[in-house]
Ligand binder design. Sequence first.
Ligand code: UDP
Ligand code: MG
Length: 328
Amino acid sequence: MKKDTKKIKTLYIVVPCYNEEEVLNETTKRLEEKMKKLVKSNKISDDSRVMYVNDGSKDKTWELIEKISKEHKYFTGICLSRNRGHQNALLAGLMTAKEYADVVISMDADLQDDINAVDEMLEKYYDGCDIVYGVRSARKKDSWFKKHTAQAFYKFMKKMGVDIVYNHADYRLTSKRVLNNFADYKEVNLFLRGIFPLIGYKSDVVYYERSERFAGESKYPLKKMLNFAWDGITSFSVKPIRLLLTFGIIIFIVSMLVTLYCIIAKLTGNTIAGWTFLACSIWIMGGIQMISLGIIGEYIGKTYSETKRRPRYVISRNLKEEENEKDN
Ligand code: UDP
Ligand code: MG
């Protein structure tokens, strides 16, 4: 530990929750144990908290969060006005937590991310890292399908020119100053794991084994996963547009060859009515043009939503703030 970092820091653990009533009690039990241990060993200050973010749950999640934060010292929560999705809930939590904390860790409510990696993350933080990425070393417990789609996703993103940490999701430690910088990234189409590598500073990774969700079911069905991947690519990369250009050039070259072939066929007198050729050309070109328009449209759509600069979340309640107000 460095001398100038001797002051014990305040840690906030941000946990987005969407319909997680089945897991919250167990999560609270395990996180409380961890927090107590960390405080006792002077790794974090006594003001440290776990901040649950209720992402417009339809079940009793928020009631549970309120109850937990009343009964347990190290817990607090905020409530979004409606469901905005994991990334926005996480954003709301990070932006709120940074006001109270020196360092923030984000993790999922189902504790698929091993909470014991927190110790190592903190160690690296005290050693001077501003961002510590939690990276899955094994996916033994994930289904075959989840494992392979997820890994294909990371590879595809890399190919598409998006700089992300392989097998890192949103289990991550960030210092206050990283979050302050992160606040300047005003995009609406959020893909957090792509933004943090852009911010810079000294970073490191911590490996952990991803375990099974211990209760409830995944809130990330295939459809949401595909949407998420699509957002990641179109918010971070212009490669699809460049591919279009390559595509266009190839088609142009091919069309030259086809023209040449047509001229030769004409000169040797082999031409017939040519209906098949014409019909095929029209269909193929129509298809290509539609795809191109679709991709360009996607970018225009993104530009559109970015220029509107709508607030990305609305916090309806903040238990920490309420607690502070009561104290004053
Ligand atoms: N989540 C959220 N809002 C949503 C969907 C999910 O806050 O609209 C939270 C969820 O409560 C969990 C985390 O995001 O804490 C990850 O979701 P999940 O574990 O279902 O995803 P998986 O691990 O299956 O990818
Ligand atoms: Mg999960």
